[in-house]
Design a protein around this ligand. Structure first.
Ligand code: NDP
Length: 247
């Protein structure tokens, strides 16, 4: 990996206060980018930004499901840090249940955050990227969006939707010098998966050829690559980072 290959870039990472997003913010900062950490909880976002290596990072409270707030926050980021050239749509939630027990609210919340949130952020940054004819967008989807999962119809649909969104945005914006790719993590150790018991973890591990759950840094290394110059000829791709679960 090149050192500080992201110098001069401003990266916006949604859900950057914890888990995978936090590791992504850290890795992009190590690459030289100034990072805008976005999360619903202001304190969490600000604390995560303050702990990043280097100067010029900042945290912002923002619910990505709310388009007006996203527009306001992206404008503040442009004023305070600079125009966003790397966007990582990582914010995501689960509201798991079997289909027949799933409430409409659980469906809508997951769609609004995981899928519509990415629509809002891409719309908010795309105009500036098009004008400057540069930009890298990375959407964090999931292996569940590729293979489905009982008890996660809403989540799987939102993540499969992100795949179609990624490819459409890639086709639409390629001529303006903007790349759009997705990373599909397998099971990664974060708050989102903290409730898995030992027996569930063992069962999961037996289906992973590399025989371990992933760590947030397994994902952030790939996001850094996709954001940087080494990936300059890659767009519209979905890269599974899952220890071989889906192949
Ligand atoms: P966590 O639950 O650990 O963290 C979620 C992050 O998203 C937090 O920073 C949270 O901050 C933020 N967030 C949640 N809702 C919103 C919102 N409406 N607006 C802005 N920020 C929000 O999740 P993970 O790190 O595990 O997951 C990160 C991404 O990776 C998600 O998209 C997830 O679907 C995906 N993924 C995770 C896998 C795993 O095994 N962990 C596997 C495959 C994909 P706050 O609460 O302050 O808003």
């Amino acid at each position: 990996m090149m050192e500080r290959e992201l110098e001069g870039h401003i990266a916006l990472v949604t859900g950057g206060s914890r888990g995978i997003g936090r590791a992504i913010a850290q890795t992009l900062a190590e690459g030289g980018a100034r990072v805008a950490v976005v999360a619903r909880n202001a304190e969490g976002a600000e604390r995560a930004a303050a702990e990043l290596p280097g100067d010029g990072h900042a945290g912002y409270a923002c619910d990505v499901a709310d388009g007006d707030t996203v527009n306001e926050v992206v404008a503040r980021i442009a004023d305070e840090l600079g125009a966003v050239s790397i966007l990582v749509n990582n914010a995501g939630v689960t509201r798991d249940n079997l289909l027949l027990r799933m409430k409409e609210d659980d469906w809508s919340t997951v769609m609004d955050v995981n899928l519509k949130g990415a629509f809002h952020t891409v719309k908010a940054v795309a105009k500036g990227m098009m004008k400057r004819r540069e930009g890298a967008i990375i959407n964090v989807t999931s292996v569940v969006g590729l293979m489905g999962n009982a008890g996660q119809a809403n989540y799987a649909a939102s993540k499969a939707g992100l795949v179609g969104f990624t490819k459409s945005v890639a086709r639409e914006l390629a001529s303006r010098g903007i790349r759009c790719n997705a990373v599909a993590p397998g099971y990664i150790r974060t708050d989102m998966t903290a409730d898995l018991g030992d027996s569930q973890t063992e069962a999961l591990q037996s289906g992973i050829p590399l025989q371990r759950l992933g760590e947030p840094e397994d994902i952030s290394a790939v996001v850094r690559f996709l954001a940087g110059p080494g990936a300059r000829y890659i767009t519209g791709q979905v890269l599974a980072v899952d220890g071989g679960m889906v192949m």
